[in-house]
Ligand binder design. Sequence first.
Ligand code: ZN
Ligand code: ZN
Length: 300
Amino acid sequence: MSRLVRHRVGNVEIEGFSLAGEETVVIARELNVAFDPGRAPRELISIDNVCITHGHMDHAAGVAYYFSQRNFVDLAPGRVIVHRDLAQPIQRLMAVWSDIEGHPSPGQVHGVMPLEDVELRRGMLVRPFTVNHDRCSLGYSVIEKRHKLKAELVGKSGPELVALKRQGVQIEEWQEVCLLTCTGDTAVGRWMELDFVQRSEVLIVECTFIDEDHMDRARGGRHIHVRDLPRILEAVPNARVMLIHLSRRTELRRAKGVVERFVGKAEMERVCFLMDRPPRPRAQPAREVPASAATSEPIV
Ligand SMILES: [Zn+2]
Ligand SMILES: [Zn+2]
């Protein structure tokens, strides 16, 4: 059975696994993008773009295996998007694996700096941004670019618009729709002020600590504590919010209760936890056989 948990959050289906210190991998299959390879579970291998949020082993350990498995099943080389300062170390890691295995595993390591957009496909890009964790940490937003009629031309008739176009007037403009943002590991910080993050339809954000006496650990390791959540929800008023990266020692049911206490019942409507595995559909109860039918057929 897969370790990954699947949810529909707003308009996006998310599958993944995330426990602090153990593994974090988040996949948006319809967008063909993942955030962190984790230990490179089977479900990740067919995804063409993997954005690495930072170099901690529980997030990035699977990078070599991801490239190698794609090669093994004859998929085109995958692409890993990562902070520019981590691109070379990952390439060196791949070279060492090539020595160990005796053959290379092709893959593209795309180093980026904050706010350097990378095209995922025509009309869709991923935008890295600085978060507040370690030196090379990045969050990522997936942004769709849509054509729309300029605001001042709304209401004009079709023939009028055609005439304007013939005169060389630009009648359309690009509109950016931020479909999804994943912060990776981070504490609260300036990233919460970025307009595309604030407009994001879905925010996947960590919440590592929920215990009252773990505030120092949260601040020391630059992670989010449950006390920070109201501020984060305020920054993204319209987003569905998915929480990831709970500490391994935290029981999910208790975490839900504590989060609700801090954010309030109404806000919980738009908050979910990646690791909240939906209950399995119950087996259909066996149909009762009427007594007469049960006795009318001979038992063979
Ligand atoms: Zn982590
Ligand atoms: Zn980390």
